[in-house]
Design a protein around this ligand. Structure first.
Ligand code: 1YM
Length: 663
């Protein structure tokens, strides 16, 4: 059988036509097709920073997961190869290689070179895995220096190579025989696009792949980092228990003591939708509800999460009333009460997901709400009635939360009376700026009076305000919100921002456009930054969502060359940069090179701080996103929680680089 006939035999393609002889024409079309992706990568993968880079991997893996969900693939391998090449391999059917009727080239080539060709050709689909609008594979190709696609269809091995963003010289061709089936993709992210870095972070990929393995029970993902042959890491992610095990995993990582030994698992189906919920209460005061739609984390919730919340509050109240655990003269429990110390995963799968909001982090589909709401109501009620001991513990926990909330309300009223919450009474240590235009103004939150003094001297007082923090930081983990209101370290921050916190929070009252956490590059600085991010994450999350929180990036080293009286100075923000400047200076010769490591902001002159960290023209700052803050929250829980084991694990794992840990 000739190669050509072989292509035409593929059953997946309806209405096969003869292959187009004129490959050049296709070439041109293909190039035009992917050009927009290279022109505006941000539109397709969010950013060209580390997040966008990691996104490439998720896009390819998502296709393999889809194949697993369709029931054709039992194992997915993901490798980071030397040189930060990614390899994704599955044992599914293999992407169809037959000639695409409209394009006249292999269907697999179409999937990898034409935008919007991520879905299937012609109707009806199971495609539920995440990814951006189903254009994943071609977007990855467009942003790769090179990409190799190998498909095994049980008879032949098909192969095609793309260069410089999806260009190819040769059509897909047969390079051998096989009895196996599957798809293998290898690619190298294009450094011309990912100018910041093309180096993958093992933990970031591991976290996301693990999440996908939890969300798709039974899918087996083997993840390996093969970059350094002396330090090969590998992990098999395979959870028959799916999201139940996700909840257990979160509890284990955070060191929470579960309230019961069983994770509550609820599921339901309606029309073409499925919904699954797993939940368990623990001994903490934190709510950790994570929702997903088609395996995509909906960070801003949406209809499915609303359905869950409504049903949960209703069930607990009704159950409590029915079994006289909530007396007639008692107040109803509110959502915050029933969700205190809960860990829950909500996962829905629908054929047409609509994501809303500025960051597309909220599920819009209205039909998801009643599905989740009715399912949780019915099945959770059953569970509670069948497990009275667990139910009593849950009711007791939620009623304790209610009492604490009432105490917090009193504390808040007292605080209000003392007018600490009032934005007209600004904290005494605040060095405010003159301008009141929140498009311009910035608040620098700095630890310690010494660094505060430097920042005060170095800032542009017109639009940059400085708030030095002092006193012992509240251990937010162990305290409920009522303690925040009387905390001498956090209240000045609340007062300076003007927004208030928790249910009184009002972003319209925000007094600055940017809030910048500026801490030393050492363990204490790391600590303070984790604390601040955790505080914002828990009590002022909207500020993070609105992109208002930043982390300043002061330099780590001053590299100076002295020749007679003349000194040339370079600031380095990493060890690599330091070495580079030292090498440069040495190369130039004549003069002595001196390296100073800045242990704290206080060691810098005000002028140096301005030049390196404060001046909008020359500084770099990191904008904090919700994932960064969630990560800080998690680290914080581990560092501050009651449990020793997770803390030990964390410190052991991060001992080497805890100083450089960045969000
Ligand atoms: C390493 C990445 O992409 N696997 C993969 C992709 C597809 C199929 C199987 C597949 C899908 C279908 C039929 C179908 C894709 N096919 C297409 C398209 N792994 C990886 N494995 N046969 C095979 O959806 O009906 C897009 S993805 F569009 F060509 F069908």
């Amino acid at each position: 059988m000739s190669a050509e006939n072989e292509y035409m035999n593929n059953e997946e393609i309806a209405g096969v036509i003869a292959p187009d002889e004129d490959y050049d024409e296709n070439q041109i079309q293909v190039l035009e097709g992917l050009e927009p992706v290279r022109k505006r990568p941000g539109m397709y993968i969010g950013s060209t920073g580390p997040r966008g880079l990691h996104h490439l991997v998720y896009e390819i893996v998502d296709n393999a997961i889809d194949e697993a969900l369709a029931g054709f693939c039992s194992e997915i391998r993901v490798n980071i190869l030397p040189g930060d090449v990614i390899e994704v391999d599955d044992n599914g059917r293999g992407i169809p290689t037959g000639i695409h009727p409209k394009e006249g080239i292999s269907a697999a080539t179409v999937v990898y070179t034409i935008l919007h060709a991520g879905g299937k050709f012609g109707g009806g689909g199971y495609k539920v895995a995440g990814g951006l609008h189903g254009v994943g594979a071609s977007v990855v190709n467009a942003l790769s220096e090179w990409l190799e696609l190998t498909v095994k269809d049980g008879e032949h091995i098909h192969y095609q190579k793309f260069n410089n963003g999806g260009h190819y010289d040769e059509q897909m061709k047969i390079i051998g025989d096989t009895t196996e089936t599957g798809t293998n993709v290898k690619f190298k992210a294009d450094p011309l696009i990912f100018t910041e870095t093309t180096v993958y972070d093992y933990e970031t990929l591991l976290k996301r792949l693990r999440e996908q393995a939890f969300l798709n029970a039974g899918v087996k993902i083997v993840f390996s980092d093969l970059r350094d042959k002396d330090n090969i890491q590998s992990e098999t992610l395979h959870y028959e228990g799916g999201i139940r095990q996700f909840v257990e995993h979160i509890h284990k990582v955070k060191g929470y003591e579960p309230l019961s030994d069983k994770v509550i698992y609820l599921s339901g189906v309606k029309d073409d939708m499925t919904a699954e919920v797993a939940l368990m209460w623990n001994d903490s005061y934190n709510e950790d509800v994570r929702s997903f739609a088609n395996n995509i984390h909906t960070t801003d919730g949406g209809s499915h999460e609303t359905g869950f919340r409504n049903a949960l509050t209703k069930v607990i109240n009704e159950y409590g009333k029915k079994f006289n655990l909530i007396k007639d003269n008692q107040e109803k429990l509110i959502g915050d009460d029933v969700r205190e110390g809960i860990t829950a995963i909500i996962s829905v799968k629908l054929t047409n997901c609509e994501f809303e909001g500025q960051t597309k982090g909220r599920l819009g589909n209205p039909e998801a709400r009643p599905l989740v709401e009715n399912m949780v109501y019915d099945k959770l009620m059953n569970f509670l009635e069948e497990n009275p001991a667990i139910s009593r513990a849950i009711l007791e926990k939620t009623q304790n939360a209610q009492k604490a909330r009432e105490a917090a309300k009193k504390a808040r009223e007292t605080a209000r009376r003392k007018s600490a919450m009032d934005s007209t009474s600004l904290p005494g240590k605040l060095f405010d700026c003159y301008d009141r235009d929140t498009e311009l103004t910035e608040l620098y939150i700095v630890e310690g009076d010494s660094a505060g003094g430097t920042a005060k001297g170095g800032r542009n007082a017109r639009y940059q305000a400085v708030l030095p923090l002092w006193g012992k930081m509240l251990n937010v983990e162990k305290a409920r919100i009522d303690k925040v209101y009387s905390n001498e370290k956090l209240m000045p921050v609340v007062a300076a921002l003007g927004t208030s916190i928790g249910e009184d929070f009002n972003i319209e009252k925000l007094r600055y456009g940017k809030i910048v956490i500026m801490s030393d590059a050492d363990v204490d600085g790391f600590h303070i930054r984790t604390l601040m991010l955790t505080f914002f994450f828990r009590y002022m999350r909207e500020l993070i969502n609105a992109g208002r929180i930043y982390i300043a990036q002061p330099p780590l080293f001053k590299v100076a060359k002295r020749k007679g009286k003349k000194e040339t100075v370079k600031y380095a923000f990493s060890d690599e940069e330091r070495d580079m400047y030292v090498a440069q200076f040495n190369e130039e010769g004549d003069g002595t090179v001196n390296i100073q490591r800045y242990k704290g902001l206080g060691e810098m002159d005000p002028e140096q701080l301005w030049e390196t960290t404060l001046n909008p023209e020359t500084r770099t700052m990191l904008k904090v996103n919700i994932e960064d803050a969630a990560k800080a929250d998690e680290i914080f829980t581990i560092l501050m929680g009651d449990k020793v084991e997770p803390r030990k694990d964390f410190i052991e794992k991060n001992a080497g680089y805890v100083q450089n840990l960045d969000f």
